[in-house]
Design a protein around this ligand. Structure first.
Ligand SMILES: Nc1ncnc2c1ncn2[C@@H]1O[C@H](COP(=O)(O)OP(=O)(O)OP(=O)(O)O)[C@@H](O)[C@H]1O
Ligand SMILES: [Mg+2]
Length: 476
């Protein structure tokens, strides 16, 4: 009980800390303190009504209390928000089994096994007479990751038909997992305010899609069109993915985010068709932001790829981008990558990604912003933002987050062992920061090599400018 008490004390210091509350709720659940677990999960939902872990936690409590239908409603609600939540499928499998619907139980179990390749649940597996490994082996739909490395299957009739007439009649109505309309409560609750620095990028996004929707007449008067293409590139952990999520929370229009795993299909011609459908969906739902994170996986330099499938995909992509040039398309395409050198140069032609914006490690003011964001809701004594800014030159946002996470972990561990709530100290934060080397170093080494080519590309030139700037007294 002493560890529960320690977390309870920590919560007293920081009553709105969702991570602590979740930690406490789960610990209660493990010790079968069902009422306490439920109360604490409810508290999380008061702070963030969309918190799926809390909804799922309550579903588990209900299930343990024998309220299977209540548990099912909650778990299904989680799946509406996150269709790929393996834990929710697993719980539904248990619920269905308890209600005597074995077929449905197997269906959810298989789904969970496919989504989470490491999932195993020996007790449920015994009851179902089926292991997660078997589920993965025999399930009809190949896992997206697995399919990446496999060639086309045997000459399946349907595949051939799809290829003969690739785009005319899409065989299914298909949207990516992430399609949000304005006001959709499921948008990630992140906005630009949660992203430190990146001011140029934020303003560019406002100029291309937010202001045009706010001031359409002004834009018309100046003959400026809405939308276009922005490419974000930079070292890992510097907020590219975060800012893309924030765009969803910021723009007053539809938002669609696509990952390679969603469109890649081992059947010949299907991947291009999927991509086409994505662009069609964006156009049909304009104004719309269409986001491709880890863009390099979709847009590799055709000279460097062997597989004709990937080359075709790039051709299709370029073709779709050209189709966005019309006056009334009102679609903003944003790509993000940490491998700008591997992209096909054709993406940089006018009308495609006109604008490439470098996302460097945060400068001092941006670090101050990120540190303030990270410190929010954490029990920290005598936070000295300036001292931390000073100690973290060259750190990425992810490095800064690591410093806070590590310090919190060490403090929590000490608190649990001593049974006393202990605040995170400034000394600990500085010492953790001092022991950490910026993780962007290797990336900059790679950039330097690219910059030594006889004709350095625009990306390397921009990176060199950054490294030579007077503010970079220390090499990142
Ligand atoms: N500018 C920032 N403001 C606030 N937090 C940040 C910022 N940059 C990074 N972080 C923190 O670091 C985490 C990792 O950043 P993110 O995933 O956005 O990096 P990335 O640039 O997409 O990296 P990669 O190139 O590896 O995909 C974020 O989830 C966030 O917690
Ligand atoms: Mg990323």
């Amino acid at each position: 009980m002493s560890s529960l008490q320690a977390i309870r004390d920590a919560i007293e210091q920081s009553p709105d800390n969702i991570s602590l509350l979740l930690l406490y709720s789960r610990a209660c659940l493990e010790q079968l303190l069902l009422d306490e677990a439920r109360e604490s999960f409810e508290r999380v939902l008061e702070l963030d009504p969309q918190q799926t872990d809390a909804h799922l936690g309550i579903a588990k409590v209900l299930f343990m209390q024998g309220e299977t239908s209540g548990a099912a409603v909650r778990a299904e609600r989680v799946l509406l928000q996150e269709p790929e939540n393996a834990q929710a499928h697993l719980l539904l499998s248990r619920v269905n089994l308890a209600e005597g619907d074995r077929a449905k139980a197997l269906e959810h179990f298989d789904r969970a096994a496919m989504i989470d390749g490491t999932m195993s649940d020996p007790a449920l597996e015994r009851e179902l007479g089926r292991t997660a490994r078997d589920a993965r082996r025999t399930s009809p739909a190949p896992a997206p990751e697995a399919s990446m490395n496999e060639g086309p299957e045997d000459g399946d009739q349907q595949t051939q038909e799809a290829y003969d007439d690739p785009f005319e009649e899409p065989p299914y109505d298909w949207r990516p997992e992430t399609f949000y309309t304005p006001g959709d409560p499921n948008r990630f609750g992140v906005t630009f305010a949660d992203v430190g620095g990146m001011e140029e990028l934020k303003e560019e996004i406002r100029l291309k899609i937010i202001y045009p929707l706010q001031y359409p007449d002004l834009y018309k008067a100046y003959g400026k069109r809405t939308g276009g293409g922005i490419l974000i590139y930079g070292p890992p952990g510097c907020g590219k993915t975060l800012v893309l999520r924030a765009v969803a929370g910021e723009v007053p229009c539809n938002f669609l985010s696509v990952g390679l795993h969603e469109i890649f299909d081992p059947y010949f011609g299907s991947t291009e068709r999927n991509l086409h459908q994505i662009f069609e969906t964006a156009r049909a739902n304009a104004p719309c932001v269409l986001v491709f994170d880890d863009f390099d996986s979709l847009a590799q330099d055709r000279r460097n790829v062997r597989e004709s499938q990937l080359r075709n995909l790039v051709n299709q992509f370029l073709h779709e981008m050209d189709g966005m040039k019309g006056e009334n398309q009102r679609v903003l395409v944003i790509g993000a990558t940490n491998q700008p050198w591997s992209l096909d140069p054709a993406f940089r032609r006018p009308g495609r990604f006109d604008q490439a914006i470098f996302a460097p490690p945060p400068d001092a003011p941006a670090r101050a912003q990120i540190i303030t964001l990270l410190a929010k809701d954490k029990p920290i004594s005598n936070l000295d933002v300036d001292a931390l800014v000073e100690a973290t030159n060259g750190f990425s946002g992810a490095d800064l987050k690591w410093v806070f996470d590590r310090a919190a972990e060490m403090t929590l561990s000490a608190a649990i062992h001593s049974g006393q709530p202990i605040p995170i100290t400034m000394e600990l934060l500085l010492s953790v920061a001092g022991s950490h080397a910026p993780s962007t170093h290797a990336w900059f080494e790679g950039a330097r090599e690219h910059g030594q080519q006889p004709t350095p590309d625009a990306y390397s030139t921009e990176v060199r400018k950054f490294l030579n700037a007077p503010s970079q007294q220390r090499e990142p």
